[in-house]
Ligand binder design. Structure first.
Ligand code: S3P
Length: 429
């Protein structure tokens, strides 16, 4: 990836209609489950972001034929036991979802693999999957002995377990459930709070039996998965940047079409409402993964407390919610979000550093941050620390800041939103 600096100025206008790219979590899963299914899976509105392309690359190396055209992805699945040993190391790039979900699948294969990724991935914690997969009988080790990737995974026969996860993480839950497809009995994951449930919904769509009850999900082993059509909704985590921008830029009005509003993902909408944000839901559709068009208007926001069970439903949106908080009247407190430190960057420290550099009043805490809103922001240079969402968050802050905001390595946004700056420019014209 090149290291282009993206320069942004205050917006004098922000209006129009848009769609956002396909959901990243759902796009990953469509490729993975399609590869493990019998027959062809057709995916439309697939996210052509670097992360999901990493997943495609890994499955191609595992012997799956995948056709990628702008209109659709065709995955020629070979069934649960159809993967073959790759000739080289598998590279997940910047993608935690690829690394953790694929590890669960690889743990059960009749061959050994090495799975690695970029510098950000090689710093992210993998003990959270090594531990439960090892309890199932997997042989999985951190090559450098630091509990991070590269991971060496030697496939083994697995046992069903009931795992009480210490963290609400869909990547951990999904890794275990996918390993559970190959186990000798049922596998259950119980979380402290419900994380995104796309794995449960989509595995059932492909013909597996996954039962959800409260914060537990149970999968039965050895299903026959069948190739399916998957229509990927727009990614609410990408829409989040335009939701925030629409709320904070004076005079803004944006209609964002076809956004996924699965309740395990849409915490930002609840928080925006509690802050006084004017968002109207139009064309709500509730079959499968629910979607809506969102009409967002500039609003006077007020500070709120964000804590507890809502956190996993907006974890990826917290950086840009910080910018909403910086524009709000009063204080916003974020608690119970220590996992922000384990994302593509340490999002608590990185937000504190650059939001204060812009003139914001933010105090980092062990598990969140405290933001006193209403301070005027001014442009600064931001290093996104290999984190696409940090780059987009400060592009949104730039819209209300005096002077110029310069985002070094601005191209990191291609991980989840290749046309992000073009869309922002189009709506600001
Ligand atoms: C994801 C789960 C979340 C989220 C990530 C995508 C997924 O991570 O932050 O962007 O697709 O399952 P955790 O499971 O680590 O919370």
């Amino acid at each position: 990836m090149s290291h282009n600096t993206v320069r942004l100025k205050k917006a004098t206008r922000l209006r129009g209609e848009m769609t956002v790219p396909g959901d990243k979590s759902i796009s990953h899963r469509a490729v993975m489950f399609g590869s493990l299914a019998e027959g062809t899976t057709e995916v439309t509105n697939f996210l052509q972001g670097a992360d999901c392309l990493s997943t495609i690359d890994c499955f191609r190396r595992l012997g799956i034929e995948i056709e990628n055209t702008p209109e659709r992805i065709l995955i020629h699945g070979r069934g649960l036991h159809g993967l073959s040993a790759p000739a080289s190391v598998l590279d997940a790039g910047n993608s935690g979802t690829t690394t953790r979900l694929l590890s669960g699948i690889l743990a059960a294969q009749p061959f050994a693999t090495t799975l690695t990724g970029d510098a950000s991935i090689q710093r992210r914690p993998m003990r959270r999957i090594i531990e439960p997969l090892s309890l199932m009988g997997a042989e999985i080790a951190s090559v450098n002995g630091n509990d991070c990737a590269p991971l060496r995974i030697v496939g083994k026969p697995l046992h069903g377990i009931h795992y009480h996860s210490p963290i609400a993480s869909a990547q951990v839950k999904s890794s275990i459930l996918l390993a559970g497809l190959y186990a000798d009995g049922k596998t259950t994951v119980t979380e402290p709070a419900l994380s995104r449930n796309h794995t449960e919904i989509m595995l059932n769509h492909f013909g597996a039996r996954v039962v959800s009850e409260g914060t537990s999900a149970t999968v039965e082993p050895d299903p026959v998965l069948h190739g399916r059509k998957v229509v990927v909704p727009g990614d609410i985590s990408s829409a989040a940047f335009f939701i925030a921008a629409g709320l904070i830029v004076p005079g803004a009005e944006i209609l964002i079409r076809n956004v996924g509003i699965n309740p395990t993902r849409s915490g930002i909408l609840k928080v925006a409402e509690a802050m006084g944000g004017d968002i109207t839901y139009l064309n709500v559709r509730r079959d499968g993964e629910p979607t809506a068009d969102l009409l967002v208007k500039h609003s006077a926001l007020r500070g709120v407390t964000i804590e507890g069970k809502i956190i996993p439903t907006l974890i990826d949106e917290l950086p840009v919610i910080n910018i909403m908080a910086a524009c709000a009247e009063g204080t916003t407190v974020v608690r119970d979000a220590a996992d922000l430190r384990a994302k593509e960057s340490n999002r608590i420290d990185v937000m504190a550093r650059y939001l204060s550099a812009m003139g914001g009043d933010i105090t980092p805490t062990q598990d969140g941050m405290i933001i006193n809103g209403g301070r005027p922001l001014h442009g600064t240079a931001v290093d996104p620390h290999m984190d696409h969402r940090i780059a987009m968050t400060f592009a949104v802050a730039a819209l209300i800041a005096d002077g110029e905001t310069a985002i070094t390595d601005g191209e990191i946004v291609t991980v989840s939103y290749p046309d992000f700056y073009e869309e922002l420019a189009r709506l600001s014209r």
